[in-house]
Design a protein around this ligand. Sequence first.
Ligand SMILES: [Ca+2]
Length: 227
Amino acid sequence: MKLRLSILAMSILTLAAANAAQLSISIANQSSEFTSANRLAVHAVDGSGLSAGNHDTDPTHMWLNSGDGTFPGGTPASDPDRPGQLAHITFNLGGTFTIGSFHVWNYNEVNANNQQSFTNRGVQTLTISIASTLNGTYTPLIDPANNTTTWTFAQAPGNGAYTGELFSLSAPVSAAFVRFDIKTNYGDANGLVGLSEVQIFSVPEPATWLLLGLGGVTLSIFSRRRD
Ligand SMILES: [Ca+2]
């Protein structure tokens, strides 16, 4: 019976994991984007540059902010944003979902002509907040790695074999919008900061877990009758 229960529990967990679904997210807003060089915020959510889980080094497949305005072509021309941070970007989940994990590919630009790497424009530290409406109250999420509201993304390698980083929340949360408030980059002195791609994953609702559990019990009873 113990074995049977273990198998049942494992089945439920397996089903739940299998039901984690990538959400079809869009950009709700961004503090700025580098429009003239086609480094638009949308390129952080449209799958551009991704192939078999690897993100390439082409900057037109990434979002880059305007920085401090040193380089022309940003909209707005510079990114003053909020005091103490470089930029923000807000993701629209397309509805209210219970989210449990997300996958981030940091800024992975390499100049195709001279192979100069610009991964120092990647996001280093940030807060990640959720809200139920775009202009509602944003609640910061706790990073399970340090138990604070400061998250850290690793610097991209500057090559085409970049698999990004997968982050799991300590507990699933309900959200319709997710905002990254970016505090620091990896050293770019002009305040430029960007991302290659972001994916957000939902988990089954508690009600779904219950149904999965009931289904498992039914299967277990059915199985016993066949013994
Ligand atoms: Ca991309």
